[in-house]
Ligand binder design. Sequence first.
Ligand SMILES: C[S@@+](CC[C@H](N)C(=O)[O-])C[C@H]1O[C@@H](n2cnc3c(N)ncnc32)[C@H](O)[C@@H]1O
Length: 208
Amino acid sequence: MRHDAMFFARWLRDPRGMGSVVPSGRTLALAMAEPAARAYKTPILELGGGTGTVTEALFECGLDPHDLIVIERDAQLHRHLELRFPQVRVVRGDAAHAHRLLAELGVDAVGGVVSSLPLLSMPLLARRRILGSAFRSLGADGFLLQFTYGPLSPLPDRMLTTLALRGRVIDRVWRNVPPATVWRYERVPSQSAAVPQPDPLADPSASP
Ligand SMILES: C[S@@+](CC[C@H](N)C(=O)[O-])C[C@H]1O[C@@H](n2cnc3c(N)ncnc32)[C@H](O)[C@@H]1O
């Protein structure tokens, strides 16, 4: 409840920046955290930590606190996250500068990005910068998870195509107020990588 009150107080000061009146529910937080905590590579980057609902869910799903970096723009929430999760690297800054902020920590790549940013209340240019900066720090098999309350991808197709990215829905969380959809974004495999290679273990009698 204390977290709800703090979240609401920040929302009163900056409704567009917070994007929601209350933190994500536990079911949504776990829907974001589970696939991220299974990533092959670490660290994981969380964008928009808020009061720490998704952060906590990531640890519940097995992520080591040392393998998480959180970027939060709001000064008070940044301080709150630092105090709540002393083992986590919590950076105060704008997600649009994620790549530079990571470099300042000596981190040149992350395995995955988990974002609760209120993308729908941001101009397209801001979304484009955030997406571009996040993918600069992601390797070929990196991914970005993002939830949205809207019916469509919060990152439009044209923006994804320009950056050679693609997105798909991986979860729908009805038990959240409001219900949310979780999207996964990744690089489109390059043409050469996409050419099917003969599988040496394939059953030769199987039809193609
Ligand atoms: C919808 S809240 C999500 C909080 C929490 N992760 C959750 O799911 O309950 C969005 C958070 O993103 C932060 N935020 C908004 N714009 C940001 C930006 N450009 N860079 C970093 N954080 C930002 C807000 O301060 C807020 O804490």
